[in-house]
Design a binder for this molecule. Sequence first.
Ligand code: NDP
Length: 259
Amino acid sequence: MAGLHVRSLLVTGANRGLGLGLVQHFLRMPNPPQWIFATCRDPKGQRAQELQNLASKHPNIIIIALEVSDPTSIKAAAAKVGEHLGGSGLNLLINNAGIAKPNSLDNETPENMIQVYTTNTVGPLLMGQAFLPLLKKAAQGSPGSGLSCSKAAIINMSSYAGSIEDMYVWDFGQVVSYRCSKAALNMLSRCQSLAYKEHGILCVALHPGWVQTDMGSTGSFKPPLTVDDSVQGMLKVLSSISEKETGAFLDWEGKVVPW
Ligand code: NDP
């Protein structure tokens, strides 16, 4: 992680699972960020208790309410983050929040398709738009012409389940709305990488592995990876990627995932 020096970052869905794991690992870095904007939809609720406890011990954690399916909530969060940062920018935006509905092709519904797409795909689109000024500011304030996660980056938490070429674990779960939303998120990541490159912002889609979280553990199999394994791997990847990787679909070990 020696190559990762992030002054400020924001994680969506930071109250549990991989989002909380990311916050914990950034705190443990030898050079922790000055600001960690840990966002969740219900900061005062029971599901945010662990994050609240962590924030009470670490003043660099700022908890902000953010519902990624609500454009008004996204805009309000961007304004709050901007206030905290004063004149400086945001280095790293991690679009981690996501949902899955375990339906088969036969049972898939319009409601599921729309809800999952709104959260997993439209959310990251609007987040990128709302936080673009702060990401640009971070890139402008960093020396050098290359791209890196220490400078300015958008990380979209995707899934191998969104790979059209591979159709990963189809026999274990069709999860059609989820697969479609992540395939679309991959396309969004590619579009963001092309549009935001000129502003000095790196963009990737990242598969965290199959991880022991509430989402990862919904089936009858125990996922092979702990949150710590996955997050450690992802942070190593984030510390090493540059302009060569912008627009790529990578996994937690840095391997390229087929589109
Ligand atoms: P969890 O179900 O454990 O956590 C999901 C997080 O997203 C929670 O913090 C949840 O908040 C938040 N969230 C859901 N909907 C919204 C919303 N509308 N607005 C704001 N926050 C929301 O999932 P994981 O930690 O496992 O997954 C994190 C990401 O990694 C997801 O994008 C997922 O698709 C991806 N992923 C996970 C894999 C795995 O094996 N675990 C495999 C591949 C990809 P709340 O507590 O309020 O519900």
